[in-house]
Design a protein around this ligand. Structure first.
Ligand code: C5J
Length: 219
C-alpha cells in the first residue's frame, strides 16, 4: 500500500488494484477548432495540463499499471447521440457537423483522437463513451471487474463535466477515486475549484484529490 498526501485525508493506494483513468484528452476538447472551442471556450487551460498528465502517464506505464483512456464520441450516424444533446446551446458547430478537424465528436475523425502527446499505446484500454460519464453506455465496469480494479486515479477534462460525472458514477459503483488536481482542467477555473471542493466535502463524499507530485512521490 502507498499512502498519498491527499484531501480530505491520506489515500491508501493499492497499485495492483488501481487503474489510471484519463478522461477525454481529445483534440476536440483540447485543441483549437474542436467541440470545446465551437462552444465559445478558450482551450488554453486544457492545453496547460498536458505535461502533468504525460508525467503521471509515463510513470504509470513504467510501473506497468493499467491505463484507461476515454473519448467522448458518437457513431457516424449519430444513433447514440440524443437530439437533446445535439441541439443543446447554440454552438458554432454541433455534434456531427464538419469542423476543421473533421466531424465534431464523431468516432474515427481526427478531432476525436486523443492528443498526440498522450496517445494510447498497445495494451491500454480506450473506451468510447456517448455520455459524459465513463460508465454510461460502455463496458468499462466489466473491464475493471475482470482485472480486479477497486481504485481509480483520475485525470482529464473537463473537471466539472466528464471528470466529475465519471467519478460520481465510479463512486456509486464502489470504486475509491483519487483526482489529480493539476492533471484536470476546465474552461472555467471557478468550476474546477468548485468541483474539487465538492468532491472532498463531507469526508470525501465523492472521493479524494491530490497533487501529481505527491502521487508520483508515493507510488
Ligand atoms: C464536455 C467533457 N465538457 N469531456 N465534455 O462536454 O467534459
Amino acid at each position: 500500500m502507498h499512502d498519498i498526501d491527499a484531501q480530505p485525508f491520506a489515500f491508501s493506494l493499492n497499485f495492483a488494484r488501481t487503474a489510471l483513468l484519463i478522461i477525454d484528452m481529445q483534440r476536440d476538447f483540447v485543441e483549437p477548432g474542436g467541440f470545446g472551442e465551437s462552444l465559445g471556450n478558450r482551450v488554453e487551460p486544457l492545453q496547460s495540463i498536458v505535461p502533468t498528465v504525460l508525467q503521471v502517464l509515463t510513470h504509470w506505464r513504467k510501473r506497468g499499471g493499467l491505463v484507461v483512456h476515454t473519448r467522448e464520441s458518437h457513431a457516424p450516424d449519430l444513433s447514440d447521440c440524443p437530439p437533446a444533446k445535439r441541439m443543446r446551446g447554440s454552438p458554432q458547430l454541433r455534434i456531427g457537423d464538419v469542423g476543421p478537424m473533421g466531424r465534431i465528436l464523431v468516432r474515427g475523425e481526427p478531432g476525436n483522437q486523443i492528443v498526440e502527446e498522450l496517445a494510447p499505446v498497445v495494451g491500454e484500454l480506450v473506451i468510447d463513451k456517448p455520455g459524459k460519464g465513463a460508465f454510461y453506455g460502455t463496458d468499462l465496469m466489466a473491464h475493471l471487474q475482470l482485472r480486479g480494479i477497486t481504485q481509480l486515479v483520475v485525470m482529464g477534462v473537463t473537471t466539472e463535466v466528464c471528470v466529475q460525472s465519471s467519478m460520481r458514477e465510479a463512486n456509486d459503483r464502489g470504486f475509491d477515486c483519487l483526482l489529480v488536481e493539476d492533471g484536470t482542467a476546465s474552461y472555467f477555473p471557478e468550476f474546477k475549484a468548485a468541483t474539487l471542493a465538492m468532491i472532498i466535502a463531507q469526508g470525501g463524499i465523492v472521493g479524494w484529490t491530490c497533487l501529481a507530485k505527491d502521487l508520483l512521490e508515493a507510488v
